[in-house]
Design a protein around this ligand. Structure first.
Ligand code: URP
Ligand code: ZN
Ligand code: ZN
Length: 467
């Protein structure tokens, strides 16, 4: 039987337009947009008078159930996507990270296993390449054919995930040949290792030394190097979790030169600062992540970068670990604190309050940052990332008049703290809709585990970016 949903009286904000229209969805897709659409018997009807309708959020950077640094991140594809849904996100893209010597296809199969039957919203995969050799390069076309058209290369985590410049060049060449996109974790791994060793040798073991061992200069240098290598290879480049002005300036300079360099930042870099490492004793381990939180002066630069289009999207890099028992493994040795923070359920709300309501972003820029640009970068547009006839009925409908607060008490993340505890929210998602089904209502999950489908993503299209 055809399932229909009618959303009446709302104002719709896409990345490019603002308009009033009713939305009719049939079998999960938007089939009509316009004034005065009347319901038929059996339709689910939502009155969106006074509410703001946006494309459902896309978080293109998550790590669910990831074995990392001696721990497994507790948010899996069920709890992670339920939290996503409750927080306005209707699609995520998680990183497949192959183990040592593991075939890429086997790693993809393992990730499908983790997600299948569990995800509450749609999901895709990126492929991380912690090892690069002839066999891995030969497997790239097969991975792209499976709908994984983006590859993450680590310039940090020396001795674990890091690859060298020769290998990065090989990946850039192979990705270009296959119309895939290379994303980089841009930090100079040698510089970080040098600093980690130095601090360890001086008996400096607290979590604040994690930040000092990951200076902004190391990120700026790696961003510069990745951009030069991508330019030399004639390949597009995407920089993940960009945290500081040093790296942003490199992106800006590349774009001004006419090079196709795209970048994402995260709510933590827009809203939190390295002051958290100075005043919390070992509790600062809650915010140990790579790159680390930066000096507060970076925040305005990143907001401006987002507003001006040098940063296209905001993702979370959700990689949650419990403080008790997991972060605590690094008591007395910051090198053993698993890196990462929770955030998949907070991203859209934080961006709405601290971006839109504080006047830093227009509502159209907000739509672009939470959804549209990620959809375009990662081959999901226009099926996702917009509100248009033929697109999936993935929507987040905000009530600007409802207030809230981020807290571990109301969080759906499966961890024992919130990275954004106490942040006030000015406006909340009233309804979150995934393919025409209400999956969350005012933070309450109303969807179904297993509703989420795998997203076979298209190849990277340089024309989307005017190249
Ligand atoms: O600290 C972080 N970012 N953990 C997740 C792994 C990564 O580098 O994205
Ligand atoms: Zn990374
Ligand atoms: Zn990450």
């Amino acid at each position: 039987m055809t399932k229909r949903m009618l959303i009446k009286n709302g104002t719709i904000f896409t990345a490019s337009d603002t308009f009033s229209a009713d939305i009719l969805a049939e079998d999960g897709k938007i089939c009509r947009l316009g004034p005065g659409i009347e319901p038929s018997a059996g339709d689910t009807v939502i009155d969106a008078a006074g509410l703001e309708i946006y494309p459902g959020g896309i978080d293109a950077h998550t790590h669910f159930a990831l074995p990392f640094m001696g721990a497994v991140s507790p948010d899996d594809f069920e709890t992670g996507t339920v939290a996503a849904a409750c927080g306005g996100t209707t699609a995520i893209v998680d990183f497949v990270i192959p183990g040592k010597g593991q075939k890429l296809a086997a790693a993809v199969a393992a990730w499908h296993e983790k997600a299948m039957g569990k995800a509450a919203v749609d999901y895709g995969f990126h492929m991380a390449l912690p090892e690069v050799n002839a066999e891995v390069l030969a497997d790239i076309p097969g991975v792209v054919a499976e709908g994984i058209s983006s590859f993450k290369c680590f310039m940090a985590y020396k001795g674990a995930l890091m690859i060298d410049d020769d290998q990065l060049l090989q990946v850039l060449g192979a990705a270009k040949e296959n119309s895939a996109l290379v994303s980089v974790h841009a930090e100079n791994g040698d510089m970080l290792t040098h600093l980690m060793k130095r601090f360890a040798g001086e008996g400096k073991t607290g979590p604040e030394y994690h930040a000092l061992a990951h200076p902004a200069e190391a990120e700026g240098e790696a961003a510069h190097r990745a951009i030069v290598l991508a330019g030399f290879a004639g390949a597009p480049l995407h920089i993940v979790h960009l945290s500081c002005d040093e790296a942003l300036r490199e992106v800006q300079a590349a774009r001004v030169r006419g090079q196709l360099v795209l970048a994402e930042t995260c709510p933590q870099y827009l809203l939190l600062s390295d002051e958290l490492y100075k005043k919390n004793g070992f509790e600062a381990a809650k915010w140990v992540m790579s790159p680390p939180l930066r000096h507060v002066l970076n925040q305005d630069k990143l907001w401006n970068g987002l507003r001006d289009g040098f940063l296209q999207s905001v993702a979370t890099d959700h990689c949650s670990f419990n403080f008790k028992g997991q972060k605590e493994m690094g008591k007395g040795d910051f090198l053993r604190i698993p890196n990462g923070i929770p955030g998949v359920g907070d991203r859209v709300n934080l961006l709405y309050t601290y971006g839109v309501r504080s006047g830093r972003l227009s509502r159209n820029q907000f739509a672009a940052a939470i959804a549209t640009n990620a959809a375009k970068i990662f081959g999901m547009y226009p099926g996702k990332g917009t509100v248009a006839v033929g697109s999936d009925a993935d929507l987040v409908i905000f009530n600007p008049a409802r207030a809230g607060e981020v807290s571990v008490k109301n969080s759906r993340h499966n961890v024992d703290y919130s990275a954004f505890e106490g942040f006030k929210l000015d406006g909340l998602p009233a309804f979150v809709i995934s393919r025409g089904q209400v999956v969350a209502e005012y933070g309450k999950f109303t969807g179904k585990k297993g509703h989420g489908r795998y997203l076979k993503r298209k190849k990277f299209d340089v024309r989307e970016w005017g190249f």
